[in-house]
Design a protein around this ligand. Structure first.
Ligand code: URA
Length: 210
């Protein structure tokens, strides 16, 4: 994947995203739509996975058939909203290893602070896909990628539902080697750091915590 930013503009993704944006969409429907979109995004982000061949027997004959090569990939959810993308992706890639990164924003310094970090072994031999629905300022995403690199990851991709131009720029500056896949690039951030037009607080909407 050469381009730093890929926007998945498939009609089904865009239609489902519009339903998610609508403020009256229920928690249950929001969560289901996120699960569905995550599978289209997973399809795109895994497009260039390395392949190998293995000999199998079909009911008719022997065949040299393609299979995924290498170490099982790692999905890393950036808590808590990342979990909304994780579930659908795991349905598609059930053998993936799973990690979690927990960061909160220090209200005084406004910098991300780590409170949880648990990732699969041998990150250096895996494709690592970090997932977080909203790429807003990019500060916590960039910090999460820093932590993954410190843990040994060298082949990382970032998958989100919505991105703001500010977050994309921040990620490009901090991690130009990490391609981003998203369903949409919105206009901007507002003064409170929300993506606009956006969909509000993704965590609150998927977990019903507002
Ligand atoms: N996080 C969210 O959940 N929503 C935004 O708009 C920005 C960050």
């Amino acid at each position: 994947m050469d381009n730093h930013l890929t926007i998945v503009d498939h009609p089904l993704v865009q239609h489902k995203l519009t339903l998610m944006r609508e403020k009256d969409t229920s928690t249950a429907v929001f969560r289901q739509l996120l699960r569905e979109i995550s599978q289209f995004l997973a399809y795109e982000v895994t497009r260039e996975l390395p392949m190998t061949n293995k000999v199998i027997d079909t009911p008719l004959m022997e065949m040299d058939a393609p299979v995924l090569a290498g170490r099982k990939l790692a999905l890393v959810s950036i808590l808590r909203a990342g979990n909304g993308l994780l579930d659908g992706m795991l349905e598609l890639i059930p053998s993936a290893r799973v990690g979690f990164v927990g960061l909160y924003r220090d209200e005084e310094t406004l910098q991300p602070v780590q409170y949880y970090f648990k990732v699969p072994t041998e990150l250096n031999k895996r494709l690592v896909i970090a997932v977080d629905p909203m790429l807003a300022t990019g500060n916590s995403s960039a910090a999460a990628i820093d932590l993954l690199k410190k843990a040994g990851a060298t082949n990382i991709r970032f998958l989100c539902l919505l991105a703001a131009p500010e977050g994309v720029a921040r990620m490009k500056e901090a991690h130009p080697d990490v391609p981003i896949v998203t369903a949409a690039l919105d206009e901007r951030l507002n003064e409170k750091g929300y993506i606009v037009p956006g969909l509000g607080d993704a965590g609150d909407r998927m977990f019903g915590t507002k």
